[in-house]
Ligand binder design. Structure first.
Ligand code: TYM
Length: 331
Protein backbone atom coordinates (compact mmCIF):
# COMPACT_ATOMS: atom_id res chain seq x y z
CA UNK A 1 0.00 0.00 0.00
CA UNK A 2 1.22 3.49 -0.81
CA UNK A 3 1.71 5.86 2.11
CA UNK A 4 -0.36 9.01 2.47
CA UNK A 5 0.29 11.96 4.76
CA UNK A 6 -1.67 15.15 5.30
CA UNK A 7 -2.30 17.64 8.06
CA UNK A 8 -4.31 20.70 9.01
CA UNK A 9 -3.16 23.62 11.15
CA UNK A 10 -5.18 24.08 14.34
CA UNK A 11 -5.84 27.76 13.79
CA UNK A 12 -9.62 27.56 14.13
CA UNK A 13 -12.59 25.41 13.32
CA UNK A 14 -12.62 23.54 9.99
CA UNK A 15 -14.53 25.16 7.13
CA UNK A 16 -15.93 23.85 3.86
CA UNK A 17 -12.60 24.64 2.14
CA UNK A 18 -10.75 22.32 4.50
CA UNK A 19 -13.40 19.67 4.03
CA UNK A 20 -13.62 19.64 0.24
CA UNK A 21 -9.95 20.43 -0.32
CA UNK A 22 -8.61 17.90 2.14
CA UNK A 23 -10.72 15.95 4.66
CA UNK A 24 -13.15 14.47 2.14
CA UNK A 25 -10.19 12.81 0.47
CA UNK A 26 -8.76 11.66 3.81
CA UNK A 27 -11.99 9.80 4.52
CA UNK A 28 -11.97 8.10 1.13
CA UNK A 29 -8.27 7.29 1.10
CA UNK A 30 -8.17 5.62 4.50
CA UNK A 31 -9.37 2.28 3.15
CA UNK A 32 -7.02 2.16 0.16
CA UNK A 33 -3.77 3.51 1.56
CA UNK A 34 -1.52 3.49 4.57
CA UNK A 35 -2.64 6.85 5.97
CA UNK A 36 -1.20 9.32 8.46
CA UNK A 37 -3.41 12.32 9.23
CA UNK A 38 -2.16 14.79 11.78
CA UNK A 39 -2.85 18.10 13.46
CA UNK A 40 -0.11 20.57 12.50
CA UNK A 41 0.29 22.32 15.85
CA UNK A 42 3.99 23.08 15.31
CA UNK A 43 3.11 24.95 12.13
CA UNK A 44 0.56 27.08 13.91
CA UNK A 45 3.24 28.43 16.30
CA UNK A 46 4.26 30.85 13.53
CA UNK A 47 1.23 32.95 14.50
CA UNK A 48 1.94 32.90 18.28
CA UNK A 49 -1.35 31.44 19.58
CA UNK A 50 -2.01 31.57 23.33
CA UNK A 51 -1.57 28.16 25.03
CA UNK A 52 -5.29 28.04 25.72
CA UNK A 53 -6.31 28.74 22.13
CA UNK A 54 -3.76 26.29 20.78
CA UNK A 55 -4.95 23.45 22.99
CA UNK A 56 -8.61 24.19 22.25
CA UNK A 57 -8.09 24.19 18.49
CA UNK A 58 -6.00 21.01 18.54
CA UNK A 59 -8.88 19.31 20.30
CA UNK A 60 -11.32 20.81 17.83
CA UNK A 61 -9.48 19.50 14.77
CA UNK A 62 -9.18 16.05 16.36
CA UNK A 63 -12.92 16.02 17.04
CA UNK A 64 -13.63 17.21 13.51
CA UNK A 65 -11.41 14.59 11.90
CA UNK A 66 -13.37 11.92 13.74
CA UNK A 67 -16.75 13.58 13.10
CA UNK A 68 -16.03 13.65 9.36
CA UNK A 69 -15.49 9.91 9.39
CA UNK A 70 -11.75 9.36 9.74
CA UNK A 71 -11.49 6.02 11.44
CA UNK A 72 -8.65 5.70 13.99
CA UNK A 73 -8.69 1.92 13.53
CA UNK A 74 -7.88 2.30 9.82
CA UNK A 75 -5.54 5.29 9.91
CA UNK A 76 -2.99 6.90 12.16
CA UNK A 77 -4.35 10.16 13.59
CA UNK A 78 -1.85 12.13 15.63
CA UNK A 79 -0.78 15.50 16.93
CA UNK A 80 2.40 16.70 15.19
CA UNK A 81 4.13 17.85 18.41
CA UNK A 82 3.72 14.32 19.85
CA UNK A 83 6.26 13.14 17.27
CA UNK A 84 9.55 14.93 18.02
CA UNK A 85 11.28 13.06 15.16
CA UNK A 86 9.49 15.49 12.82
CA UNK A 87 11.33 18.40 14.41
CA UNK A 88 14.60 16.52 14.10
CA UNK A 89 14.13 15.86 10.39
CA UNK A 90 13.10 19.51 9.96
CA UNK A 91 16.50 20.53 11.34
CA UNK A 92 18.34 18.26 8.90
CA UNK A 93 16.31 19.47 5.93
CA UNK A 94 16.91 23.09 6.89
CA UNK A 95 20.64 22.54 6.38
CA UNK A 96 20.10 22.26 2.68
CA UNK A 97 17.15 24.52 2.06
CA UNK A 98 18.35 27.82 0.65
CA UNK A 99 17.29 31.32 1.62
CA UNK A 100 16.45 32.33 -1.95
CA UNK A 101 14.07 29.45 -2.59
CA UNK A 102 12.36 29.84 0.78
CA UNK A 103 11.86 33.56 0.18
CA UNK A 104 10.33 32.85 -3.22
CA UNK A 105 7.57 30.63 -1.77
CA UNK A 106 4.15 32.16 -2.48
CA UNK A 107 2.88 31.45 1.03
CA UNK A 108 5.91 33.25 2.55
CA UNK A 109 5.30 36.29 0.35
CA UNK A 110 1.65 36.26 1.44
CA UNK A 111 2.62 36.07 5.09
CA UNK A 112 5.08 38.94 4.82
CA UNK A 113 2.10 41.02 3.77
CA UNK A 114 -0.56 39.70 6.16
CA UNK A 115 1.70 39.16 9.18
CA UNK A 116 4.19 41.96 8.63
CA UNK A 117 4.69 42.59 12.36
CA UNK A 118 5.86 39.02 12.96
CA UNK A 119 8.01 37.73 10.10
CA UNK A 120 9.74 35.02 12.11
CA UNK A 121 12.14 32.30 10.91
CA UNK A 122 9.38 29.71 11.35
CA UNK A 123 7.42 31.38 8.55
CA UNK A 124 10.44 31.26 6.28
CA UNK A 125 11.11 27.59 6.98
CA UNK A 126 7.45 26.57 6.95
CA UNK A 127 8.01 24.51 3.76
CA UNK A 128 10.86 22.50 5.30
CA UNK A 129 8.70 21.60 8.30
CA UNK A 130 5.97 20.53 5.92
CA UNK A 131 8.51 18.48 3.93
CA UNK A 132 9.59 16.82 7.20
CA UNK A 133 5.95 15.88 7.91
CA UNK A 134 5.69 14.14 4.58
CA UNK A 135 9.16 12.62 4.29
CA UNK A 136 9.21 11.26 7.84
CA UNK A 137 6.69 8.60 6.72
CA UNK A 138 8.04 8.39 3.14
CA UNK A 139 4.64 9.33 1.75
CA UNK A 140 3.96 9.44 -1.98
CA UNK A 141 0.47 10.95 -1.98
CA UNK A 142 -0.60 14.09 -0.13
CA UNK A 143 -4.30 15.05 -0.22
CA UNK A 144 -4.40 18.86 -0.09
CA UNK A 145 -6.16 21.82 -1.68
CA UNK A 146 -4.73 23.80 -4.57
CA UNK A 147 -3.06 26.35 -2.27
CA UNK A 148 -0.55 23.71 -1.09
CA UNK A 149 0.73 22.65 -4.50
CA UNK A 150 3.92 24.72 -4.35
CA UNK A 151 4.77 23.25 -0.95
CA UNK A 152 4.66 19.80 -2.49
CA UNK A 153 7.03 20.91 -5.20
CA UNK A 154 9.43 22.15 -2.51
CA UNK A 155 9.07 18.88 -0.62
CA UNK A 156 10.25 17.01 -3.72
CA UNK A 157 13.17 19.41 -4.08
CA UNK A 158 14.28 18.93 -0.46
CA UNK A 159 13.84 15.15 -0.56
CA UNK A 160 15.75 14.79 -3.80
CA UNK A 161 18.49 17.07 -2.56
CA UNK A 162 18.96 14.98 0.57
CA UNK A 163 19.03 11.83 -1.56
CA UNK A 164 21.71 13.28 -3.82
CA UNK A 165 23.82 14.65 -1.00
CA UNK A 166 23.93 11.33 0.83
CA UNK A 167 23.79 9.14 -2.25
CA UNK A 168 20.62 7.37 -1.17
CA UNK A 169 17.03 6.78 -2.21
CA UNK A 170 15.67 7.25 1.30
CA UNK A 171 12.95 9.70 0.33
CA UNK A 172 10.43 9.00 -2.45
CA UNK A 173 8.78 11.84 -4.38
CA UNK A 174 5.34 12.88 -3.20
CA UNK A 175 2.54 14.56 -5.09
CA UNK A 176 -0.55 16.54 -4.19
CA UNK A 177 -3.62 14.38 -4.57
CA UNK A 178 -7.34 14.73 -5.11
CA UNK A 179 -9.75 12.05 -6.35
CA UNK A 180 -11.13 14.45 -8.91
CA UNK A 181 -8.77 15.42 -11.68
CA UNK A 182 -7.96 18.88 -10.36
CA UNK A 183 -6.95 20.09 -6.96
CA UNK A 184 -9.79 21.96 -5.28
CA UNK A 185 -10.09 25.63 -4.40
CA UNK A 186 -13.28 26.36 -2.48
CA UNK A 187 -14.27 30.05 -2.69
CA UNK A 188 -15.44 32.13 0.26
CA UNK A 189 -18.62 34.18 0.65
CA UNK A 190 -16.84 37.53 0.45
CA UNK A 191 -16.91 37.67 -3.34
CA UNK A 192 -13.18 37.22 -3.80
CA UNK A 193 -10.62 34.51 -3.32
CA UNK A 194 -10.62 31.21 -1.46
CA UNK A 195 -12.48 30.41 1.71
CA UNK A 196 -9.99 31.03 4.51
CA UNK A 197 -9.96 31.94 8.16
CA UNK A 198 -7.88 35.00 7.38
CA UNK A 199 -10.48 36.44 5.01
CA UNK A 200 -12.87 36.83 7.91
CA UNK A 201 -15.56 34.93 9.81
CA UNK A 202 -18.31 35.96 7.43
CA UNK A 203 -16.57 34.43 4.43
CA UNK A 204 -16.29 30.94 5.95
CA UNK A 205 -18.90 28.28 6.54
CA UNK A 206 -17.64 26.10 9.38
CA UNK A 207 -18.56 22.43 9.76
CA UNK A 208 -19.70 23.34 13.28
CA UNK A 209 -21.96 26.21 12.16
CA UNK A 210 -25.62 25.94 13.17
CA UNK A 211 -28.41 26.27 10.56
CA UNK A 212 -29.18 29.81 11.77
CA UNK A 213 -25.57 30.89 11.39
CA UNK A 214 -25.33 29.38 7.91
CA UNK A 215 -28.53 31.12 6.78
CA UNK A 216 -27.27 34.43 8.10
CA UNK A 217 -23.82 34.15 6.49
CA UNK A 218 -25.16 33.06 3.11
CA UNK A 219 -27.80 35.78 3.07
CA UNK A 220 -25.00 38.32 3.54
CA UNK A 221 -22.77 36.87 0.81
CA UNK A 222 -21.59 39.38 -1.76
CA UNK A 223 -23.66 39.55 -4.97
CA UNK A 224 -24.36 42.23 -7.59
CA UNK A 225 -27.34 43.84 -9.33
CA UNK A 226 -27.96 40.69 -11.40
CA UNK A 227 -27.27 39.81 -15.04
CA UNK A 228 -28.16 42.50 -17.56
CA UNK A 229 -28.10 40.37 -20.71
CA UNK A 230 -28.73 36.71 -21.48
CA UNK A 231 -25.89 34.17 -21.28
CA UNK A 232 -23.42 36.58 -19.73
CA UNK A 233 -20.30 35.22 -18.07
CA UNK A 234 -20.67 35.42 -14.30
CA UNK A 235 -18.61 37.94 -12.31
CA UNK A 236 -16.33 36.41 -9.67
CA UNK A 237 -18.63 36.90 -6.67
CA UNK A 238 -21.53 35.15 -8.44
CA UNK A 239 -19.36 32.41 -9.90
CA UNK A 240 -18.09 31.72 -6.39
CA UNK A 241 -21.61 31.12 -5.10
CA UNK A 242 -22.29 28.80 -8.03
CA UNK A 243 -19.05 26.96 -7.27
CA UNK A 244 -20.21 26.51 -3.69
CA UNK A 245 -23.57 25.25 -4.91
CA UNK A 246 -21.77 22.80 -7.14
CA UNK A 247 -20.13 21.15 -4.16
CA UNK A 248 -23.07 21.02 -1.75
CA UNK A 249 -26.19 20.80 -3.95
CA UNK A 250 -27.54 18.12 -6.29
CA UNK A 251 -26.49 18.69 -9.92
CA UNK A 252 -30.03 19.50 -11.10
CA UNK A 253 -30.38 22.25 -8.49
CA UNK A 254 -27.34 23.99 -9.86
CA UNK A 255 -28.46 23.48 -13.45
CA UNK A 256 -31.81 25.04 -12.55
CA UNK A 257 -30.25 28.23 -11.16
CA UNK A 258 -27.70 28.36 -13.94
CA UNK A 259 -30.51 28.32 -16.50
CA UNK A 260 -32.33 31.09 -14.61
CA UNK A 261 -29.14 33.13 -14.55
CA UNK A 262 -28.66 32.73 -18.27
CA UNK A 263 -32.24 33.86 -18.91
CA UNK A 264 -31.75 36.85 -16.56
CA UNK A 265 -34.52 35.48 -14.37
CA UNK A 266 -32.49 34.55 -11.33
CA UNK A 267 -33.54 35.93 -7.95
CA UNK A 268 -30.52 35.98 -5.71
CA UNK A 269 -32.72 35.70 -2.60
CA UNK A 270 -34.09 32.31 -3.74
CA UNK A 271 -30.69 31.20 -4.96
CA UNK A 272 -29.06 31.97 -1.61
CA UNK A 273 -31.88 30.32 0.34
CA UNK A 274 -31.40 27.12 -1.63
CA UNK A 275 -27.62 27.27 -1.20
CA UNK A 276 -27.98 27.74 2.56
CA UNK A 277 -30.45 24.85 2.90
CA UNK A 278 -28.16 22.51 0.97
CA UNK A 279 -25.20 23.53 3.13
CA UNK A 280 -27.29 22.76 6.19
CA UNK A 281 -28.24 19.34 4.83
CA UNK A 282 -24.57 18.66 4.16
CA UNK A 283 -23.15 19.76 7.50
CA UNK A 284 -25.89 18.74 9.97
CA UNK A 285 -24.76 15.13 10.52
CA UNK A 286 -21.16 16.29 10.94
CA UNK A 287 -22.16 19.06 13.34
CA UNK A 288 -24.12 16.62 15.48
CA UNK A 289 -21.14 14.28 15.70
CA UNK A 290 -18.86 17.20 16.60
CA UNK A 291 -21.12 18.04 19.53
CA UNK A 292 -21.26 14.44 20.67
CA UNK A 293 -17.52 13.73 20.40
CA UNK A 294 -16.45 17.01 22.04
CA UNK A 295 -17.74 15.67 25.35
CA UNK A 296 -15.84 12.40 25.18
CA UNK A 297 -12.42 13.53 26.40
CA UNK A 298 -11.28 10.06 27.43
CA UNK A 299 -11.93 8.71 23.93
CA UNK A 300 -10.06 11.65 22.37
CA UNK A 301 -7.12 11.07 24.69
CA UNK A 302 -7.06 7.41 23.73
CA UNK A 303 -7.13 8.19 19.99
CA UNK A 304 -4.31 10.74 20.28
CA UNK A 305 -2.17 8.43 22.40
CA UNK A 306 -2.61 5.45 20.13
CA UNK A 307 -1.93 7.60 17.05
CA UNK A 308 1.23 9.09 18.54
CA UNK A 309 2.61 5.62 19.24
CA UNK A 310 1.98 4.43 15.68
CA UNK A 311 3.31 7.64 14.11
CA UNK A 312 6.46 7.55 16.24
CA UNK A 313 7.17 3.97 15.29
CA UNK A 314 7.20 4.93 11.61
CA UNK A 315 9.07 8.20 12.24
CA UNK A 316 11.79 6.56 14.33
CA UNK A 317 12.62 4.15 11.51
CA UNK A 318 13.17 7.01 9.07
CA UNK A 319 15.17 9.09 11.54
CA UNK A 320 17.46 6.18 12.30
CA UNK A 321 18.21 5.78 8.60
CA UNK A 322 18.70 9.54 8.12
CA UNK A 323 21.08 9.77 11.09
CA UNK A 324 23.24 6.96 9.79
CA UNK A 325 23.38 8.45 6.30
CA UNK A 326 24.39 11.83 7.72
CA UNK A 327 27.19 10.22 9.71
CA UNK A 328 25.77 10.24 13.22
CA UNK A 329 26.99 6.84 14.27
CA UNK A 330 27.76 5.44 17.66
CA UNK A 331 31.38 4.55 18.41
P1 TYM B 1 -4.23 24.57 6.18
O1 TYM B 1 -4.31 24.26 7.62
O2 TYM B 1 -4.18 25.98 5.76
O3 TYM B 1 -5.40 23.89 5.41
C1 TYM B 1 -5.69 22.52 5.58
C2 TYM B 1 -6.13 21.88 4.28
O4 TYM B 1 -7.28 22.52 3.77
C3 TYM B 1 -7.06 22.93 2.43
N1 TYM B 1 -7.80 24.17 2.17
C4 TYM B 1 -8.54 24.38 1.08
N2 TYM B 1 -8.80 23.61 0.01
C5 TYM B 1 -9.62 24.12 -0.93
N3 TYM B 1 -10.20 25.35 -0.84
C6 TYM B 1 -9.97 26.15 0.21
N4 TYM B 1 -10.57 27.33 0.30
C7 TYM B 1 -9.10 25.68 1.24
N5 TYM B 1 -8.65 26.22 2.40
C8 TYM B 1 -7.85 25.27 2.95
C9 TYM B 1 -5.56 23.12 2.32
O5 TYM B 1 -5.12 23.02 0.99
C10 TYM B 1 -5.05 22.00 3.18
O6 TYM B 1 -5.02 20.79 2.45
N6 TYM B 1 0.57 23.65 5.26
C11 TYM B 1 -0.72 23.02 5.48
C12 TYM B 1 -0.73 22.08 6.64
C13 TYM B 1 0.33 21.05 6.58
C14 TYM B 1 0.39 19.92 5.71
C15 TYM B 1 1.59 19.24 6.05
C16 TYM B 1 -0.43 19.43 4.71
C17 TYM B 1 1.43 21.02 7.38
N7 TYM B 1 2.19 19.93 7.05
C18 TYM B 1 2.00 18.07 5.39
C19 TYM B 1 -0.04 18.26 4.05
C20 TYM B 1 1.14 17.60 4.39
C21 TYM B 1 -1.72 24.14 5.75
O7 TYM B 1 -1.39 25.19 6.19
O8 TYM B 1 -3.00 23.78 5.53
Amino acid sequence: KETVVSGIRPTGKLHLGNYFGAVKNFVKMQYDYNCYFFIADLHSLTTHPTPGDLHGYVKHVLVEYLACGINPEETTIYVQSDVPEVAELYLYLNMNAYLGELERSASFKDKIRSQSDNVNAGLLTYPTLMAADILIHKATKVPVGKDQEQHLEMTRTFGNRFNRLYNTDLFPESFAFNYSENLVKVPGLDGKGKMSKSSGEGSCIYLADSPEVIRKKVSRAVTDGGPTAENQPKPEAIQNLFDLMKIVSPADTMAHFDALYNKCEIRYGDFKKQLAEDMIIFNSPIREKIEELSKDTSYLRQVAKHGALKARESAQKTIKEARELIGFKSF
